[in-house]
Structure formats: C-alpha cells, structure tokens
Design a protein around this ligand. Sequence first.
Ligand code: AP5
Ligand code: MG
Length: 191
Amino acid sequence: MFNLVLFGPPGSGKGTQSDKLVDQYGLIHLSTGNLLRKEIADQTALGLSAKSYIDSGKLVPDQVVIGMVDSFFEQHKGAKGFLFDGFPRTVAQAAALDELLVKKNTSISIVIALEVSEEELVKRLLKRGQTSGRSDDTDESVIRKRFAVYMQETSPVAAYYQQAGKFRSIAGEGTVEAIFTGICSQIAHAS
Ligand code: AP5
Ligand code: MG
C-alpha cells in the first residue's frame, strides 16, 4: 500500500491538492474534517458532540477522531492506499494511526507538508468563508484560533515524522498546478 499524509495549517491547500492526488494515484481520501462535517449534517450523536469544538476552532478529542478513522478503515478494506488530509493532528493521533496501520500490515509511506504564510492563509479562508458555509471560516478570530491550535498541538506531529525520516515540505504558495507538480515529484523521489 502507498499511504500519504498531506500536512499543513488550515487553508494551506490540503483539500484542493487531495482531489488531484486521489485521481493521480488511486488513493482513498480520508479527510477527518469532511467526515466530521458529514456527521454534523446528518445530526448524529458524534456530530452533535463535535460541533462546538469545530465552531470554536478547537480540536475534536483524539478518541473521537481515532474511532472514526478506525471505522473508516473497516469500510475500505480493499483500498490500495490512503491519503490522510487533516489527520493526524496530534502526536497521540499519529501514534494511534501507526498502530492501526500495523494491524493492516502497512505504514505511512511519506508525509508532505504545505508551507504557506499566515497572512495568505487568513486571506484564503476569509474568501472561502463567503461561499463555503463553513462555520469556522467566517469569523477571523476563529481562524486565528485554528492557527494557534495548529502551532501548539499539530506542529509537533512534524517532528514525529521527521524522526521517522518520512517528512518532506514544499512551498504551498503559487498555482494549484505548480504545487501539485511539486508534490508528485516528492512522491517520485520517495518511491
Ligand atoms: P479541516 O476540515 O481539516 O480543516 P483545516 O485543516 O482547518 O483546513 P482547511 O480544510 O480549512 O484547509 P485545507 O488545507 O484543506 O485547504 P483548502 O484546499 O480547503 O478541520 C476543520 C475542523 O475539524 C478543525 O478545526 C477541528 O475542529 C476538526 N478536526 C478535523 N480533523 C481533526 C482531527 N484530526 N483531530 C481533531 N479535530 C479535527 O484551501 C483553502 C482555500 O484556499 C480554498 O478556498 C482554496 O480554493 C484556496 N486555495 C487552495 N490552494 C490555493 C492556491 N495554491 N492559491 C490560492 N488559493 C488556494
Ligand atoms: Mg480541508
């Protein structure tokens, strides 16, 4: 299996690039943000408990997210590989993911981080907030809170994968096509 983690702060282009990468490499897209928003739209118990965290820009508790990923794997047993988008977001999630993948006799192949300045990120998210309907995009203070949470809780995940020799980063500013080409060339070097 080929398992890719697309890493980076809110608005760095993980979702945009994921759409192209799943087509190119035949991977299953696992976006915990998308899964959580679907739970909220379906008004499930999980969705109701996650909503207040998302609306305030905080992380949903690890146990909830890890359980959701575990059941996603159960539903996609024949996958030839996964593209993880917005997960793992804490070191505890990264360790839990390693354990889940061991059970599937596989592991993370490579982690690619998209680097974008905070000013560009805020600009992108406020612009998307005009049309996306995402509750966490419309208020600049919630966007700033998401960045603070990223710096505190998610950025240590980079070191976790650096220690494993799996971490690469590329510039996430420029055209969507140029960034996609950069990601594909990192993948080619890794495999
Ligand atoms: P999640 O849905 O994962 O959101 P995020 O990480 O905050 O990031 P975004 O989806 O906003 O950005 P993106 O990097 O995908 O960028 P995109 O391609 O959309 O998480 C939301 C919330 O759910 C979290 O805050 C948390 O509460 C909860 N959650 C999710 N996962 C969790 C987990 N594992 N643990 C705990 N809680 C979790 O692009 C952004 C915009 O920029 C778009 O409008 C796009 O068109 C534009 N754009 C993209 N590329 C470019 C470019 N090259 N140039 C110009 N504009 C561009
Ligand atoms: Mg996204």
